[in-house]
Design a protein around this ligand. Sequence first.
Ligand code: ADP
Ligand code: ZN
Length: 284
Amino acid sequence: MSYYGSIEAGGTKFVCAVADEELTIVERISLPTTLPEETLANVFDFFDQYELKGLGVGSFGPIDVNVQSATYGYITSTPKKGWRNVDLLGLLKERYAIPIAWTTDVNAAAYGEMHLGAGKQTQSCLYLTVGTGVGGGAVVQGAVLQGFSHPEMGHISVARYPGDTMESVCPYHEQCLEGLAAGPALEKRTGIKGQLLPEDHEAWGVEAFYLAQALMNYTLILSPEKIILGGGVMKQAHLLEKIRRSLEVQLGGYVNVPEEYIVGCGLGDNSGTLGCLLLAKEGV
Ligand code: ADP
Ligand code: ZN
């Protein structure tokens, strides 16, 4: 029997899975991201046990997704040690002579959520993860949105919350969304990890303000049918409602968003894996 494979390549772990024709996951493992050679050896050990007919890869980035480019399939300017300019797709293709779909981790998650999860009733949706970093992907009319490169929604510029003088945690930008609202920013602002921060702490209002401001911009530019939020920080159930309220205030009544517009993940921790598997199945 042959299977579809999925690789969610993250900066801290590689989640690999194989699934049958119905995309029922047969086996799933999580491998630590060390150096490319070592990590890939473990990835190969896992997939070599199976006969694969297609593979979907959602990678941390930035990555080259432009098929016209000489470095298509590479992880490009990442600060992650050992991974800069690694031809990840090429190395996988060398090992497995099968169709391999290649996109960002968040695009894969957006794809999975739109087709199989919280966005199932839609054709266009946006997925944003708020964790160690902030990243977003969009699916428009059923297909992943990419241009000369892939979107970098985590690094859009945001206006500061009045009185917030905390230094951004993004080394590139003084006031980008990731720099002011990723998990490490929340921790820097309060001195407390997000998972331990009390629900009534005022920093949640600041967090909701930044995220809602970004969602307002995405809404005005893309008008997706739904925005799906994931990542560690979004495990705080109360945050979703705070973001919805802040978005309404910030939009100022100019745009009325649909019911159930801002929602949590429908696939739990499997958005990326199922997105990759679906991309593999469709041979995208
Ligand atoms: P990664 O982004 O590395 O894949 P996560 O999505 O879990 O992993 O993000 C980790 C960040 O999210 C950390 O800054 C952590 O403090 C924060 N975080 C994790 N769990 C929670 C939680 N339950 N509530 C709030 N913040 C959390
Ligand atoms: Zn930034």
